[in-house]
Design a protein around this ligand. Structure first.
Ligand SMILES: [Fe+2]
Length: 539
């Protein structure tokens, strides 16, 4: 049986639309709409193109789909709306199932991880009126412990912080997290956010009414706080200089978030005796917070999947239907679930564009050589990743040993100022030589401390606080990327490359060869490897 899950939608605040197709408990295909239409976040859209991709990848028609699940249990008339949408767009509508937003988040992490008893904690801005959901998973059962309703929300709290610091909510929260490492937690946010029993409470006096339950979500630009945050300085406007004060605000807010989440985890562990934890929801994109959880003595085993944002709801919704039909989900081995382009298709595009290229059997060795010479190379291979991180199939790669590489890539390729450095992709079997901690981390969802003696060897991927958001690269799940890093190690002695997503600022990650070429020709990339084809600007 095929189960289709979708997310996104046409209501205010709906974004990150995606589609996922589950067959025999396995994710056959999943893609985010923004990548296919090349419009960041694909706000206010249902994932028409992602659905088409899923059906094509499986070689089925919409009539073969047993059900379509949408995360919106409280949405009025949405069953009829989606029925009409599928009828109109695809000529046929499978039965529509509406599931609770946070139950979908919970399914998207627990079902893909373990059957052992585990705590499930999902945290976001809000979905179906809930902002935090705690449950115990065991076998195929997800038993709710409690939920916290909007406007109490850690996502709302972090969005306030994001807006106060002059950035855009629902988009730039990662900049605040990066900035936090430069500051000191000198400010006290306890009047805004504080512990309340086994939960937390956000002071509603600071919130505009649009954050209240039942009212439409405010736009990204619209302020969600009323301005009486009792902070020493007025909010920073976009474009104004970032000062030490702003860094301290970010550090203080980050600390408050971590304190609240560690409190939730501590109480849940105490209540259940379970020391295994998985996360989902947009707040769990905060990899610094995830590091604090992993390093705490509270849990022994910890999982954060690659798709914790609302795109992952498509996977969670479809998995729920699979379980209801007694088909157990299979564990997640990798995030390479999107479209793939064969060499013949790539060659056709290159020829149509009248481009010069080389065909290389051992493209990994040649690219490794050029990376070691200081070149910045686009790396477009295999199936596109699902989730916000490029994991070596739609990536820009560079030498992590060069301290100036971060500024060089930001200036020539990404056209941005960033407070987090780029990510290290490291051979899984060599991870322990460079980073502290034993958990394999294939999805860049957790930061790790870089081993002291290695910081000077890989400065371009070491953050100011000595951490790195690593990707452990496995030879089975991504053999080509593993081979490339191995070739780089042969030349340099370092089993690590710098990895950032194949896009420029404000654009979604590249999906298909033509958009990879657009990125290549409109930026300072020195080379682009597409399948076995290699393009260079200065051969
Ligand atoms: Fe969510």
């Amino acid at each position: 049986m095929y189960f289709l899950g979708i997310s996104g939608g046409v209501l205010s605040g709906n974004q990150d639309g995606a589609a996922a197709l589950i067959h025999n408990g396995e994710i056959i295909a999943a893609a985010e709409e923004e990548r296919l239409i090349q419009i960041k976040h694909a706000s206010g859209l249902l994932p028409k193109n992602a659905i088409r991709f899923c059906l094509k990848q499986a070689g089925i028609s919409i009539r073969d789909v047993a059900s379509v699940t949408f995360p919106g249990a409280t949405y009025k008339n949405f069953n009829e709306i989606l029925h009409d949408y599928f009828d109109f767009t695809f000529g046929y509508s499978p039965p529509i199932v509406l599931e609770d937003h946070h139950l979908c988040h919970a399914a998207s992490t627990y079902y893909l991880w373990t059957r052992e008893p585990a705590l499930i904690l999902t945290m976001d801005y809000s979905g179906d009126g809930t902002s935090t959901f705690a449950a115990v998973g065991e076998n195929l059962d997800i038993r709710e412990l409690y939920r916290i309703s909007k406007p109490n929300s850690l996502g709302v709290f972090y969005s306030i912080l994001t807006q106060y610091l002059g950035y855009q909510k629902d988009s730039d929260e990662y900049k605040v997290m990066g900035l936090a490492s430069y500051g000191k937690p000198t400010l006290d946010f306890s009047e805004v956010l504080h512990i309340h029993g086994e939960k937390y409470q956000l002071n509603p006096a600071h919130l505009k009414s649009a954050v209240s339950p039942g009212l439409p979500a405010p736009s990204k630009q619209e302020k969600i706080y009323v301005g009486n945050l009792s902070l020493p300085q007025p909010a920073r406007l976009s474009g104004e200089p970032v000062t030490e004060y702003h860094m301290n605000v970010a550090a203080s807010g980050q600390k408050s978030l971590e304190t609240m989440v560690l409190h939730l985890v501590e109480r849940l562990v105490k209540k259940t005796g379970i020391r295994r934890l998985c996360l989902a929801g947009g707040v769990s994109l905060n990899c610094s917070m995830n590091q604090k959880i992993r390093e705490s003595s509270l849990v022994d085993d910890f999982f954060v999947p690659p798709h914790v944002s609302d795109a992952g709801l498509a996977i969670g919704g479809a998995l729920l239907q699979s379980v209801k039909n007694n088909i157990a989900p299979k564990p997640l081995n990798h995030a390479y679930l999107g479209p793939e382009y064969r060499n013949e298709e790539i060659r056709q595009v290159l020829d149509d564009c009248h481009l010069n290229y080389e065909f290389l059997e051992n493209i990994e060795a040649r690219v490794a050589e050029d990376l070691a010479r200081g070149m910045i190379i686009g790396w477009f291979q295999g199936r596109m990743e699902f989730g916000p991180r490029a994991l070596g199939n739609r990536s820009i790669l560079a030498d992590p040993r060069d301290e100036s590489m971060k500024d060089k890539i930001n200036r020539l390729v990404k056209f941005r100022e960033e407070y987090r450095p780029f990510t290290p992709s490291v051979l899984e079997e060599k991870q322990a030589d460079y980073f502290k901690g034993v958990i394999v981390s294939p999805y860049m969802t957790i930061t790790f401390d870089v081993i002291e003696s290695k910081k000077r060897i890989i400065p371009a991927v070491t953050h100011v606080d000595g951490t790195a958001r690593i990707q452990s690269v496995n030879p089975v799940t991504n053999p080509r990327y593993h081979k490339l890093i191995s070739e780089f190690e042969k030349i340099t002695g370092v089993p690590v490359v710098l990895n950032t997503s194949l896009n420029v600022m404000g654009q979604p990650i590249t999906c298909e060869p033509r958009s990879a070429l657009q990125t290549y020709f409109s930026s300072g990339l020195d080379g682009l490897a597409l399948g076995n084809f290699y393009l260079k600007k200065n051969p």
